[in-house]
Structure formats: structure tokens, C-alpha cells
Design a protein around this ligand. Structure first.
Ligand SMILES: NC(=O)c1ccc[n+]([C@@H]2O[C@H](COP(=O)([O-])OP(=O)(O)OC[C@H]3O[C@@H](n4cnc5c(N)ncnc54)[C@H](OP(=O)(O)O)[C@@H]3O)[C@@H](O)[C@H]2O)c1
Length: 267
């Protein structure tokens, strides 16, 4: 019997959404979406390692979580540097003993018309969003293979599926690549008990997209196409992340869950 089955038969389905004793690494963890995910994962019982390029910001969020009674640590790394990725993962395992959950919230975007996008712009976005996602998954995956279990969740985007009338060529293509990376890794690593999934949000109110949402014409046009008639907030991503990280999702892998107010369900 799986732990989820046991929970259901003992009348405690909520137990299968708990993360007690698990170690979660949230890359991009002090970003707009990442911070909400760190809080959610910690509240479900996980020890949370927070990582971005700023050691200070990681430490500050870890300190806030610790002050609220959770277990957290702050780390720093640059996802474009393979050696920094592997030492950051090693540090997480060294301090916490294991790595059960990887959440990748690292992302960047350079808006330029396709005809003006340079090779360097393209590399900056793809090296961060796609090459980085692979190298991070690989470093975490090597540890998870040893443990014969693990959950990986990559934050993709509605823009992995839909173009947009702005200069998003590098971003959309990097996120589309991420979706197939998720499916490939899920297929390849299922034998090791590793689940790999993606979450694809529409516009979520964070610093990354604040300037778009402050543009009234853009905002109104955007929301008019979203059946649930609003953009997302970081907390809209928390439930799905906790779910995909938990034993309740043990039989789910290779999926991209669109959290988009219904925009990809319509024209
Ligand atoms: N907000 C949206 O509307 C939206 C919609 C769909 C998908 N997404 C995706 O969701 C994820 C999080 O987005 P967000 O809105 O929360 O953005 P955000 O607030 O800008 O957070 C991005 C995080 O990634 C980190 N990061 C960026 N470059 C890095 C690098 N080279 N190495 C290590 N860390 C790096 C940032 O920290 P540092 O810069 O300090 O390193 C930050 O913690 C991204 O993948 C984004 O594409 C966002």
C-alpha cells in the first residue's frame, strides 16, 4: 500500500499533502513566485533551502522563515555556472542530509523585437531558463538517483505554448524547451523514483512583469482574454507546487500544469 492509500483508508487524506521531514531546494526562492512557494513548502513541514545570486536575499528570507519556527537555509549560486550549481546542491545535501524536492523558479526575460534580438540576448535568456534548468535538474537528479526518490518542479509559462505580440522570442522558446525537458527527464528518471513536472502560469504579479501590468492598455487586453478575469498572484502557484511535491502526486510525472485563469482553454 502506498502512503497515500494508507492516508485515505485511515481517513487522513490531508496527510498525503504533508512534507514533514523532507528537504526542498527552491532555486530563485526569494523571487516573487519563489518566496510564496518557500512559505507554502515550509508550512507543509519541509526544510527549505533558498538560493539565488544574492546570498543576502537568500539569508534574509531564510531568517524570516526561521523566525516563524520553520527550518530554512540561505544559499547563493548563478544558474549559468555549472560548478556553482553543483556546489550549491552539495551544500544543501551536506547541511540537510538529503534532497527530496527541487523547485526551479529561476527565470529571466529580455524583451526585444525578434529582428533586434542579439545572439548574446538569446544566450542570456536560454542559458538561464533552459540550459540552467537542465544543469540544475541534473545536479539535483544525481542526488535523487542515489536516494531512489525525488520530486522536481520547474516553473514554465503560458508562453511555452502561446506566442504574444511583443518581443518574447527568446523567452517563449526557452520555456517551450523547458516543457519538453520536463517530459524527457520524467521519462528517463521514472526508473529511479523521480517525478519531474512543470507549472505554467500566466502573468503573475511580481517584479519580473510589474511594468507590463502597470501599462493599462496591456493589462486590460490581457485580462479580457483570461476567462477568470484577473492575472495571477504568487499564492495562486503555491497549492499546485505543494501538491506536486507531495506523496499525493506520486503517480504524476511529465505533466505541465497550466495555472492561467483558463487562458489556454480558450481562444
Ligand atoms: N511573473 C510572471 O508573470 C511569470 C509568469 C510565468 C512564468 N514565470 C516564471 O516564474 C519564474 C519566477 O518568476 P518571478 O516572476 O518570481 O520572477 P522574479 O521575481 O524575477 O524571480 C526570479 C528569481 O530567479 C533568480 N535568478 C535570476 N537569474 C538567476 C541566475 N542567473 N542564477 C540564479 N538565480 C537567478 C532571481 O534572483 P537574482 O536575480 O537575485 O539571482 C529571483 O530569485 C521564472 O522562471 C519566470 O519565467 C513568471
Amino acid at each position: 500500500m502506498t502512503s497515500t492509500q494508507e492516508s485515505i483508508y485511515s481517513g487522513l487524506i490531508s496527510d498525503s499533502f504533508k512534507l514533514d521531514g523532507q528537504v526542498a531546494l527552491v532555486a530563485g526562492g526569494y523571487g516573487g513566485i519563489g518566496e510564496a512557494l518557500c512559505l507554502g513548502l515550509a508550512q507543509q513541514g519541509a526544510t527549505v533551502a533558498i538560493a539565488g545570486r544574492s546570498a543576502e536575499k537568500s539569508a534574509a528570507l531564510a531568517g524570516q522563515l526561521e523566525a516563524s519556527g520553520f527550518t530554512a537555509m540561505g544559499l547563493s549560486f548563478d544558474i549559468k555556472q555549472p560548478d556553482q550549481i553543483s556546489s550549491m546542491v552539495k551544500q544543501t545535501v551536506g547541511e540537510s542530509g538529503r534532497l527530496d524536492i527541487l523547485v526551479n523558479c529561476v527565470g529571466t526575460h529580455i524583451e526585444k523585437p525578434a529582428e533586434a534580438l542579439t545572439a548574446d540576448d538569446w544566450d542570456e535568456v536560454h542559458d538561464t531558463n533552459l540550459r540552467g534548468a537542465f544543469l540544475l535538474s541534473q545536479a539535483a537528479g544525481r542526488q535523487m538517483i542515489k536516494q531512489e526518490r525525488g520530486k522536481q518542479i520547474h516553473i514554465s509559462s503560458v508562453r511555452s505554448l502561446l506566442g504574444i505580440r511583443r518581443g518574447f522570442a527568446a523567452y517563449t522558446s526557452s520555456k517551450a524547451g523547458m516543457n519538453l525537458l520536463v517530459k524527457q527527464l520524467a521519462t528517463e528518471w521514472a526508473q529511479y523514483g523521480i517525478n519531474v513536472n512543470g507549472i505554467a502560469p500566466t502573468f503573475i504579479r511580481t517584479e519580473l512583469v510589474r511594468h507590463y501590468l502597470e501599462d493599462e492598455d496591456f493589462y486590460n487586453a490581457l485580462v479580457s482574454r483570461i476567462p477568470l478575469t484577473r492575472v495571477g498572484e504568487p499564492f495562486d502557484i503555491v497549492g499546485a507546487t505543494v501538491f506536486l511535491a507531495s506523496p499525493a502526486a506520486d503517480f504524476i510525472t511529465g505533466q505541465i500544469l497550466f495555472i492561467d485563469g483558463g487562458v489556454t482553454a480558450t481562444q
